[in-house]
Design a protein around this ligand. Structure first.
Ligand code: IFL
Length: 453
């Protein structure tokens, strides 16, 4: 359906999709002109750019960490919500979604429940079917998926849970939501890179997902052009800034070997790390560069978190908006410079800011956030326009119609999902379905970046 829909504008696209979902005559026509899957159908790297169907591929995307959870069958997921939100995203011009594709059952206070890996080497088939459904629906809308296969942070179990399985130590010993010790948590999470048992289990998880055949459409994941890229993890770090330096060599080796392993399984698709950039690599541009300077990593990623990094204030993002934006622009420029130097594309695969006055409610204003999104998109566009290595962005995060039922806004098992994972207040960085002004900014950027030659 790709080439046919590619020529249509946003609203027309939404109409065609609505018809397609209904299975009427319009859908039959669309089915008749399905383009054959060739290597051109996969996003590939050419120099510092992506190409798709012989043309540059530049995108405006979203983070949708729980997309696969919504895709699970029956009561386990919420397929009606997922379909409606994919339609809304697609109509807004968002064609690239970054999604969690593996989670591990853990005792973390703020870990997501249920998990895809229920015990070492055991998987919840219905949650895996959630990935199937998501990919199938994304494919119908010409969307591309970036799937991450692990997490440095606690909210999906992640690396710390593999450490726990290897050592027998309960994760509660290092749970930052209980101890408040983030450095201790990070150092413990980074032990993951060096444990052979943890690596064997992680590779089992990688293999389980990547070699899967989609139960909805019969496609092998490795043959599905909907998958643009596999990411090693969400925000993998060598350890804490204070104590992580000795871990750097093993971290770098892990990047190289894991990326190579994934490439061997999925040679038609791309491999990226999921890194935050220099901020997550011991605050060093050069170490970030060094960790990614392997032919097994196809492109670079970086993240931008001005309030988390204290360049702006969580409780009043307007207060230091101007100075924080200057720092943010510098961070963007430096990373594009590193990518130009390495000769690979780079993607800003997370950025976000709080609502006005740090509120969580969808009704609260987004003036500062809108200004920040605009500044980020303008810089991405300007740099892409002159041929620099920046290829796309994914805002953090799509909250859609998710709403917290709790006064403290903290997630509890069974609650609807929002863009904010369970360790954070629901609404902190979410872009909700009714955030009209922000969505308008995203859409305008999507149109502009796609129109670049
Ligand atoms: O929720 C966080 C997520 O774990 C991430 N980066 C920053 C987000 C907002 O704090 O990957």
């Amino acid at each position: 359906m790709g080439r046919v829909l590619g020529a249509l504008g946003g609203m027309a696209l939404a109409c065609v999709l609505a018809a397609h979902a209904g299975g009427d005559a319009a859908a039959e026509v669309a089915e008749d002109v399905v383009a054959p899957v060739t290597m051109d159908s996969f996003v590939r790297v050419r120099g510092t750019h992506f190409v798709l169907e012989g043309k540059p591929y530049r995108f405006a995307g979203a983070n949708f960490w729980y997309g696969a959870y919504l895709g699970a069958p029956g009561e386990r997921g919420d397929r009606a919500r997922l379909v409606a939100e994919l339609d809304q995203l697609s109509a807004a011009g968002i064609d690239n979604l970054r999604v969690l594709a593996m989670s591990e059952a853990s005792g973390f206070k703020r870990g997501v429940r249920p998990a895809i890996m229920t015990a070492p080497g055991q998987y919840d088939e219905e949650l895996l079917q959630g990935i199937d459904f998501l990919l199938d629906e994304m494919g119908k809308r010409d969307m591309k998926a970036v799937l991450y296969l692990n997490n440095f942070w606690q909210w999906s179990g992640g690396m710390s849970q593999y450490v726990s399985w290897s050592t027998g130590e309960p994760v509660s010993m290092h749970d930052p939501d209980q101890t408040g010790d983030w450095n201790g948590f990070m150092q413990n999470s980074a032990r993951f890179y060096a444990f052979p048992g943890a690596q064997a289990l992680y590779r089992d998880a990688i293999t389980t997902v990547i070699t899967r055949t989609n139960t909805i459409n019969g496609k092998r994941y490795v043959d599905d052009p909907t998958v643009m890229s596999w990411q090693l993890a969400n925000e993998p770090r060598p350890g804490s800034d204070a104590d992580g330096h000795p871990n750097f060599p093993v971290f770098k080796q892990w990047v190289h070997e894991t990326a190579g392993y994934i490439r061997g399984l999925a040679p038609k698709q791309l491999v990226s790390t999921g890194s935050e950039g220099a901020w997550g690599t011991l605050r060093s541009d050069e170490l970030f560069y060094e960790a990614h300077d392997t032919p097994n990593v196809d492109y670079l990623t970086f993240h931008l978190w001005p309030s988390n990094w204290n360049w702006m204030d969580h409780h009043d993002p307007a207060a230091r908006l101007a100075s924080g934006t200057v720092q943010a622009m510098d961070y963007i420029d430096r990373h594009i410079g590193l990518a130009n130097r390495m000769g690979k594309p780079i993607v800003l695969s997370e950025f976000g800011l709080d609502r006005d006055k740090g509120a969580y409610a969808p009704a609260a204003g987004t003036e500062a956030r809108d200004a920040f999104y605009r500044a980020v998109y303008d810089r991405v566009y300007e740099r892409a326009k002159v041929g620099d290595a920046i290829a796309g962005s994914n805002f953090w995060a799509w909250g859609g119609r998710g709403r917290t039922p709790h006064a403290d806004a903290m997630w509890k098992s069974g609650d609807p999902f929002t863009g904010d994972p369970p360790q954070e207040a629901q609404g902190l960085f979410s872009l909700f379905d009714g955030d009209v002004s922000t969505l308008r900014i995203v859409s305008a950027h999507a149109r502009a970046i796609r129109a670049l030659e």
